[in-house]
Design a protein around this ligand. Sequence first.
Ligand SMILES: Nc1ncnc2c1ncn2[C@@H]1O[C@H](COP(=O)(O)OP(=O)(O)OP(=O)(O)O)[C@@H](O)[C@H]1O
Ligand SMILES: [Mg+2]
Length: 303
Amino acid sequence: MNIELKDIHFSYGSVKALDGVDLSIGEGACGLLGPNGAGKSTLLRILLGFLRPDRGEGRILGRDILHDQFAIRRLVGYMPEDDCLIPGLDAVAFTAYFGELSGMPRQEAMKRAHDVLFYVGLGEARYRLLETYSAGMKQRIKLAQALVHDPKLLFLDEPTSNLDPQGRSEVLELIKDISSRKDIQVLISSHILSDIEFTCSNVVILNKGRIAAQGEIQALKQVDYSLYEMRIKGEAETFIRALRESGCRVEETEEGLLKVYMPPDLRRDGLFRIAARENIQIRHFVQSRTSLEDLFAKTVGVD
Ligand SMILES: Nc1ncnc2c1ncn2[C@@H]1O[C@H](COP(=O)(O)OP(=O)(O)OP(=O)(O)O)[C@@H](O)[C@H]1O
Ligand SMILES: [Mg+2]
């Protein structure tokens, strides 16, 4: 696995942003899909070692996220959600500066800056001051600084935000081109399913700080899940863990309602057997059918 997280929890004061995230990402471009406030940016910052999780552990390309932050930053390029531009600099100086920050010698950083600026389509504008850049150009320069040190992994946080349809599709094409290269793997956060489908083969759906689904997009889309809503009496945490081990996706609402998305190979009896084994009393039980499209729509909101 290239990225692996176990039981990650993180709160900003009293705001719980990540609530027990388990994640495994192998080869191939991966989308991190979730509505506003789902915890996408927090998750990326934890992967980069900018934030320390309250609980849990993880590895990126074999490096420990808690202890090998410097090695990780050399291997990872990061395009933040917010502006990270420095006014008064032109694109070449800015991009080369980020190259130097990640440990490249000045000359090499300068040479690479020119190359990546041409690659992202800013060749002509590379000596212009950054404050004169349009929104689309700003996204491209943010992409250039993330690429300058030739990372193995590229984390893009909402790379299409603030763009008009034309700018959006240009940036998506560029990302697709980057992710088609064998030597770099892309992780893209977005709240738009179609952006992720266009650029990625895999997806992790995050909702309210928890993983709602993860895997290959095509495979996930073919599965018809049965959705059961239930209330239980007993040790919810062990029950939820047992359900997840059997391939279910489980969400717990604030009102204590469990939503269990069950794959077709596990039958309803299976669910009751797990409940009996874990000493769980099922008090309220309602079934409905749902597809992954519905799951996407429900978790992410329709775009
Ligand atoms: N610096 C902070 N201080 C307090 N709460 C924060 C801070 N940053 C994020 N949060 C809260 O943590 C939760 C997760 O936020 P996060 O920014 O990770 O979500 P996101 O999925 O990136 O959302 P968006 O799509 O809006 O960028 C939200 O409830 C948010 O309000
Ligand atoms: Mg965010």
